[in-house]
Write a protein that binds this ligand. Structure first.
Ligand SMILES: [Zn+2]
Length: 231
């Protein structure tokens, strides 16, 4: 596998409480030979947010290997009691490293939702998977929820990073026509996902759809953990 090409290395779920609350079985990803050799972490649990130090190491590795990177941030952490803490307040040191990397042109920052989940249904259930509730933009939710989540997440990210956020990566590849209507009120110019809108084939205006099966390596921190890349 050649990683030194034009593919963009995308890390999702940064700042998302989904990594803590979503519970489901293992799934397989490809063989990231390059990470096995040079990934800087010794331990990376599925429930842990990267530290500021680890982020610095990540960008070092990317730079050394000429990797273009994109980080898809979920703008708020959903606490157990369903309150939301904006990413820059929940993880101020990590946010600062990402902001610096952005300013230095080392990374692109994308919007990965406000919550990644249905707030209030995000805690693990006694029985079975709660995966459905760790998708944010289901078509049966009211338009007002789509609009509020999109606008709020953009506001948090744009005011912290001090520049327009133009890329939206729908959590779990689930988004719908209502999400698109909400995106039209923002600076978003691209939707990057493995799937088009779940409930519509309508062509978008002023927003481009990019299928991430081409041109991206998509990772979650949990993937890296489960592949034992870091051991
Ligand atoms: Zn995600």
């Amino acid at each position: 596998m050649n990683l030194n090409n034009n593919k963009i290395f995308r890390i999702d779920d940064v700042g998302a409480s989904t990594k803590q609350f979503e519970q489901y079985g293992k799934w397989k990803i490809g063989n990231f030979w390059f990470l096995k050799r040079s990934w800087p972490f010794k331990k990376w649990g599925p429930y842990k947010e990267l530290t500021a130090n680890e982020w610095e190491n990540v960008f070092e590795v990317f730079e050394k290997n000429n990797i273009k990177s994109m980080v898809a941030i979920t703008a708020s952490w959903v606490e157990k009691d369903s309150s939301l803490t904006p990413f820059p307040q929940k993880f101020p040191e990590q946010a600062a490293i990402l902001k610096k990397a952005l300013q230095e042109g080392k990374v692109e920052i994308a919007n990965h939702g406000l919550t990644h989940c249905i707030v209030g249904k995000h805690l693990p259930r006694f029985w079975g998977s709660n995966r459905k509730f760790h998708r944010e933009f289901w078509p049966d939710l009211p338009q007002a929820v789509h609009t509020e989540h999109i606008l709020k997440s953009q506001e948090i990210l744009e005011s912290y990073f001090e520049r327009p956020i133009t890329i939206f990566v729908p959590p779990g590849n689930v988004w719908s026509y209502k999400t698109y209507l909400a995106l039209r009120k923002t600076n978003i110019k691209k939707v990057i996902s493995s799937r088009y809108m779940i409930d519509s084939n309508e062509k978008m205006q002023d927003i481009e759809f990019i299928d991430d099966k081409n041109g991206f390596f998509c990772l979650h921190d949990q993937d890296i953990y489960e592949k034992n890349i870091i051991n």
